[in-house]
Design a protein around this ligand. Structure first.
Ligand code: GDP
Length: 455
């Protein structure tokens, strides 16, 4: 093979690279999204809204070794086998940063329609937990400020009393590693319980998703009340908190975040709406926090780190839209847009193009109608994890997003109070024609927005 054909095979050094970040809080749908996106870029039969797929410009797509030797590879093959094997099941979700390189070979049509000769574009997909972006908030704070904030916020949340009890009677003048570990564990248990119950703003993010840092001293601290200030325990926790910021949070932003060109933020809006108004409000705040990372007036150290680089496009996607009949999809998108409005305006200001969409990366249902009490309810049909096949009506979303975001004080408004709670669908067995990727809803539109202009 001569040099020319080596370049044509797509390993040319100068080929353009698009780095696509995929994030969202745990269980938002990152793993399913990446797996289905890659499978659908390789088999493009269901990607009509991706212009370069529909008009045949993409001639081939294949996986390659990624350029970063020290970042774990996204386990595409295993996740795809889970979703599309003989007994389809959901893959394990994101637990750390991972990456995958998909190379796309494009024909001679250039970006402006002129003839450019065949080109190769590499799509480097970087998967990382949204929880880690939330740590940005903690960078501007010192240990005392952070402690005061989280101790205040934790009131009334699950596990708060246990943590309070663990603090009671502690001698702040002593430092013992087992005591530090017990406090950190009790605090982490509280964070997990709070997440389970629908709260989003839980820091430090690595306590929930430690990645490779599990058990290290930088992850073994917990918030302390002001009464502990001056004591040895407080001093050591303050030191570890600072180490967490400089050794864990900063390197993540430097090594991963700072290199992203395009970003998709996945949001389980339906899950939060189902949990109720407090979860929705909390998710709204967490999203606003996540977006501070993309704002022009961002913290000085981050601005320094990023220089003139910035994320050019950000897609916010409400995931798992296959739980709803399509007649409700516009309402879901409207709620997501309203939830992000303030934060989004600010990101727009920095020059990033943003868009909100409702998607299902892996469609597990088909549409149906349920006849009930003389009414026709727009439903979806699918197979539940327990094997039952049936049609379900999840309940209704309001036409006005304000009803979800600013509910009546009396808490009388309940949304998605139909079958939503029991709609644990399993991925549907594949019945794809050759050349088709896994079924989805609007994944092609998401891809067009994210990378279409570069193909
Ligand atoms: P991650 O933690 O962000 O990586 O989330 P996953 O990709 O593992 O998704 C979490 C769970 O959400 C999955 O196990 C599925 O139950 C559900 N899920 C994700 N995407 C879809 C989708 O497109 N349709 C449906 N019905 N469920 C989904």
């Amino acid at each position: 093979m001569g040099i020319g054909s080596t370049l044509m095979a797509g390993i040319g050094l100068g080929d353009p690279v698009i780095r696509l970040g995929v994030t969202g809080l745990s269980r938002a749908g990152k793993t399913v999204f990446i797996t289905s996106l890659v499978a659908n870029l390789m088999d493009r039969g269901r990607m009509h809204a991706l212009r370069a797929a529909a008009d045949g410009s993409i001639k081939a797509a294949w996986l390659q070794p990624q350029p970063d030797d020290t970042i774990p590879r996204f386990d595409f093959e295993r996740h795809l086998a889970a979703l599309t094997g003989p007994e389809p099941h959901w893959p394990e979700g994101t637990r750390h940063v991972s990456q995958l390189r998909l190379s796309l070979r494009l024909d001679g049509r250039g970006l402006l329609g002129g003839l450019t000769g065949p080109r190769t574009v590499h799509l480097d997909i970087v998967d990382y937990p949204g929880e880690w972006l939330l740590d940005l908030r903690l960078m501007e704070k010192d240990f005392s400020e952070w402690s005061a904030e989280v101790l205040d916020r934790m009131q009334g949340r699950p596990g708060a009393e246990e943590y309070q009890a663990a603090l009671n009677g502690l001698d702040g003048d002593r430092f013992d590693e087992p005591v530090a570990q017990r406090l950190a564990q009790t605090y982490t248990a509280h964070l997990h319980a709070a997440r389970e119950a629908g709260w989003s703003d839980c820091t430090p993010g690595r306590f929930l998703i430690p990645g490779e840092m599990e058990g290290s001293p930088a992850l073994t601290f917990a918030p302390l009340p002001a009464s502990f200030e001056g004591g040895r325990l407080h001093k050591e926790f303050r030191r570890r908190f600072d180490a967490y910021k400089s050794r864990v949070v900063k390197p993540f932003f430097r090594d991963h975040f700072a290199r992203i060109d395009r970003q998709v933020v996945l949001v389980d809006v339906l899950g939060a709406i189902h949990q109720g108004p407090r979860a929705v409000e909390d998710m709204r705040r967490a999203m606003a926090d996540i977006l501070t990372a993309f704002r022009p007036g961002r913290a000085g150290w981050l601005a320094q780190l990023l220089g003139t680089r910035r994320v050019e496009r950000i897609l916010f996607a409400a995931t798992k839209a296959d739980h709803l009949h399509q007649v409700q999809h516009n309402r879901l998108t409207a709620i997501l847009s309203a939830m992000l409005r303030e934060a989004r305006d600010r990101a727009d200001f920095s020059g990033a193009r943003t868009e909100a969409m409702s998607i299902a990366a892996l469609r597990a249902t088909t549409e149906d109608v349920i006849h009930q009490d003389g009414q026709e309810l727009p439903a979806v049909r699918g197979r539940l994890l327990d094997g039952r096949q049936a049609a379900f009506y999840p309940g209704e979303l309001p036409a006005d997003p304000a009803a979800v975001l600013h509910p009546a004080r009396d808490g009388a408004d309940r949304w998605l109070d139909g079958d939503y709670a029991i709609m644990n669908f399993a991925p549907a067995p594949m019945t794809a024609r050759p050349g088709d990727g896994p079924p989805h809803i609007r994944l092609d539109r998401a891809a067009e927005f994210l990378i279409g202009d570069r193909l």
